[in-house]
Design a protein around this ligand. Structure first.
Ligand SMILES: O=c1ccn([C@H]2C[C@H](O)[C@@H](CO)O2)c(=O)[nH]1
Ligand SMILES: [Zn+2]
Length: 141
């Protein structure tokens, strides 16, 4: 897979649609900020996630990390792209720093599609979102 690879429009649109669907399951009674994510694996499988909060606030998990953990737990570590949806209408939803590091674990050259409610999106690679990152190869040195 080449760096900065862009996907066909219909695949991106499907991922975005799935992320919007996943947002409906968001459990966010504290922030009332629902987020959905949908990721694409190398086998063409789409795996979704939503944010899941907790009365012990700091235990909440983001939609992106939830989707990635679901993917790994279902045998997928080759992730090609992820779409993220929230209810922000004037800005694109961007992943938090923790999720950027979690993404980086699975490579730096895959796509992150950050959406707005009008369906517009901003596309960046993991490397662009988290430059000069620390990753698996650095631990092995
Ligand atoms: O990219 C993001 C940003 C925020 N959240 C969640 C975390 C928390 O549940 C709520 C408010 O930050 O939104 C995500 O899931 N993904
Ligand atoms: Zn996050």
């Amino acid at each position: 897979m080449a760096a900065n690879q862009t996907f066909e429009d219909d695949i991106v649109k499907k991922l975005i649609r799935e992320s919007v669907e996943a947002k409906k399951f968001a459990y966010c009674p504290y922030s009332k900020f629902p987020v959905g994510a949908a990721l694409l694996t190398d086998t063409g499988t789409i795996i979704t996630g939503c944010n899941v909060e907790n009365a012990c606030y700091n235990l909440g998990i983001c939609a992106e990390r939830n989707a990635m953990a679901k993917a790994v737990s279902e045998g997928h570590t080759r992730i090609k792209a992820i779409a993220i949806a929230s209810n922000l209408d004037k800005e694109f939803i961007t992943p938090c720093g923790g999720c950027r590091q979690f993404m980086r674990e699975f490579g730096v050259n895959w796509m992150v599609y950050m959406t707005r409610t009008d369906g517009m999106y901003m596309a960046m690679t993991v490397d662009q979102l988290l430059p000069k990152s620390f990753g698996p190869d650095d631990v092995k040195k």
